[in-house]
Ligand binder design. Structure first.
Ligand code: DGI
Ligand code: FE
Ligand code: FE
Length: 194
């Protein structure tokens, strides 16, 4: 699928606000791909499609999760805001015949992260967190880190997310914990070097 087709598809599916967020993620993913020598076409395509399932109903999301053998049903016992990520990957595979495993994985793990993230996973995960439309405490620190150390920036955003969830008495999905345990080491060494 070409980026222009993906753009038209998401523009038709997503509400305006989410579409603008998506364009911010595409722009940021492109810059990160240039900075860290990733494939720019893959980064832009994964970014364009990352939230495609965001407004599927809970029923639709859970039906797809139950039907797909590559998505664990365990995710249904966690907050429904996590479901659109693996469902988005399944949807773009089925509907647009995207077969690029790296693009599919970057969409699948864009919300939770995972233990060993590919370069593309990290770029989409981080672009989603720091795109220009995001405004929350701590985002500027992650934007700054993203310019000098990708893994440390991923570690910082995971730390912020874990703190956010724990403070609100929320569950933390296992992949997020695994990702945190991996990339917090990069944050620590990056901070120690200063
Ligand atoms: O879809 P977006 O709003 O662009 O961003 P996202 O895909 O990162 O959605 C994240 C939401 O999911 C955010 O509000 C926090 C919530 N969430 C709930 N449980 C978890 C979680 N996020 C992570 N990373 N891990 C969780 O266990
Ligand atoms: Fe998302
Ligand atoms: Fe997003």
């Amino acid at each position: 699928m070409r980026i222009e087709e993906a753009n038209e598809a998401v523009q038709a599916i997503l509400p305006k606000k989410r579409y603008i967020h998506t364009l911010g993620v595409v722009e940021t993913a492109e810059k990160l791909a240039e900075r860290y020598d990733a494939n720019i076409e893959q980064a832009k395509l994964a970014a364009m499609l990352h939230d495609i399932a965001k407004y599927f109903s809970k029923e639709e999301l859970s039906d797809i999760i139950k039907r797909r053998h590559d998505i664990t049903n365990e995710i249904l016992t966690f907050h429904h805001s996590l479901w659109h990520a693996p469902v988005g990957a399944a949807y773009i595979e089925e509907k647009y015949h995207i077969t690029d495993k790296e693009v599919l994985d970057a969409v699948r793990y864009h919300t939770t992260g995972r233990q060993d993230m590919s370069l593309l996973d990290k770029i989409v995960f981080l672009a989603d967190y720091i795109e220009p439309g995001r405004e929350f405490p701590g985002v500027d620190e992650v934007r700054h880190l993203a310019k000098k150390n990708l893994d440390a920036a991923v570690g910082k955003s995971l730390q912020n997310t874990v703190i956010f969830l724990v403070e609100r008495h929320q569950q933390v999905y296992p992949d997020t914990i695994y990702a945190y345990n991996t990339y917090i080491k990069n944050l620590r060494s990056c901070l120690n070097e200063q």
